[in-house]
Design a binder for this molecule. Sequence first.
Ligand code: PEP
Length: 258
Amino acid sequence: MRKIFVAGNWKMNMTKAEAAALVDGLAKTLGSSLPVEVAVCPPFVYLDTVADHIKGTAMKLGAQNCYFETKGAFTGEVSPQMLLDVGCTFVIIGHSERRHTIGKGECDGMINKKVHAALKAGLKPILAIGEKLEQRDGNQMEAILTQQLKDGLAGLTAEQMATITVAYEPVWAIGTGRNATPQQAQDAHVHIRKVLAEMFGQAVAANTTIQYGGSMNAANAAELMAQKDVDGGLIGGASLKIDDFTKIVQAAVKAKGL
Ligand code: PEP
């Protein structure tokens, strides 16, 4: 059975004290063991603090990005080895804000290099993919997802793919309050699984965790998680509130009958 996985992407939010308070609160509401995987992905500067506070809890640590080199003259970048060193298990790669909002944007070639580098270091990548609104309106959703998967996961073995989570995050749904409908999410996830089957075989595709991300919250999590191919969520805004993130995790547990 594939893993159900809920991850909180805190983006560029929180102070150090707020970060500690958030995970301390979550540790109480979530308890020390869970039937689903849960990760929090704070900004780089709070990874160390959060790592200390989640020791002995059910939460794991993730980063929001990494660079593809191990060390050297890359001002402002952070290597996968550094993330491992401070206790990260996961790293989000290819988030839409990194593809489309920040600087000149990351291309699939760079994202693919990051996936390989993260795997080599021993991190588990969460590869985020998703179409823009005009691409969905132009009936290009499937083509865009296919291309982002083929380019982002190029050169990986089936064995490596077994440690990767794919996050389907339609760009038009991220931070907009407009989530994909459960059927839209399910349809996209089915397509993603079909492409993964073509690339890595049926068994790998059936075992790959595919999260939905895009304005998932305490109110809509249950119906999204109830979709057969939705294996959890990548949560932005709602992961900053103890009550909301807890309800989303609980919705995942309930929807999957765990
Ligand atoms: C995200 O940042 O990955 C995300 C899904 O954000 P939000 O939940 O705020 O839409």
